[in-house]
Ligand binder design. Structure first.
Ligand SMILES: Nc1ncnc2c1ncn2[C@@H]1O[C@H](COP(=O)(O)OP(=O)(O)OP(=O)(O)O)[C@@H](O)[C@H]1O
Ligand SMILES: [Mg+2]
Length: 190
């Protein structure tokens, strides 16, 4: 608590951060984000989840899956996340973000305002992702009904130095979310 000039107690300003969960389709990003957000909310934090699918329905409506459009999508989400995080919100971002240079631009945007940016690689192997195939994308690609699937016939550039890498094939979603929470705790963000 800080004390104002008139002697009233003021709650401390919340410290926001962006927690970006990058990884292949069906890696577990959305699932982990939901568990993490639930835990953070129950602890009293202000939390927003910016999920790739929802964002593509409004903020990025009209964008496709070319390299340029994927980058534009990530920059828009990065901008919104940074604004939220700079204002005390924990912005959880389960978005594929396949390109290293796109993610670096988002990191730099955060660094420019001194806003914490935590990159988590949901590093589920492609074989496991294609087995899970939550949205049927891998099956459609295999059947020739879809091209440009990240990790199959479109590039995924794994982050070289993430704050955390999650092997979700040998954990429960709750364990994965708890590992992310531990990183936030170690950095004094929760
Ligand atoms: N440790 C784990 N963490 C996250 N998900 C897991 C884990 N173990 C198993 N799963 C399962 O993997 C699936 C992951 O699906 P999810 O929608 O979260 O993937 P995604 O990364 O958001 O994919 P997309 O990029 O297509 O949105 C879910 O069915 C989930 O229950
Ligand atoms: Mg998802």
């Amino acid at each position: 608590m800080t004390t104002t000039a008139r002697g009233r107690q003021k709650p401390p300003t919340a410290q926001g951060a962006t927690i970006w969960l990058t990884g292949l389709p069906s890696a577990g990003k959305t699932t982990i984000a939901r568990f993490l957000a639930g835990r953070l909310r129950s602890e009293g934090h202000r939390v927003e989840v910016l999920d790739g699918d929802e964002i593509r329905r409004f903020l990025s409506a009209g964008l496709g899956f070319s390299r340029e459009d994927r980058n534009t999508n990530v920059q828009r989400i990065g901008l919104v996340a940074e604004v939220l995080a700079r204002n005390g919100v924990l912005a959880v971002v389960p978005v594929i973000a396949p390109y290293a240079d796109s993610r670096e631009a988002v990191r730099k945007r955060h660094e420019a305002s001194g806003t914490p940016y935590i990159e988590v690689h949901v590093a589920t192997p492609v074989e496991v992702c294609s087995e899970r195939d939550v949205k049927g994308l891998y099956a459609r690609q295999a059947a020739g009904q879809l091209t440009g699937l990240t990790g199959i016939d479109d590039p995924y550039e794994p982050p070289p130095a993430p704050a955390l890498s999650l092997a979700t094939q040998s954990q429960t979603p709750e364990e994965s979310a708890d590992s992310v929470h531990a990183v936030l705790a170690a950095r004094g963000l929760v």
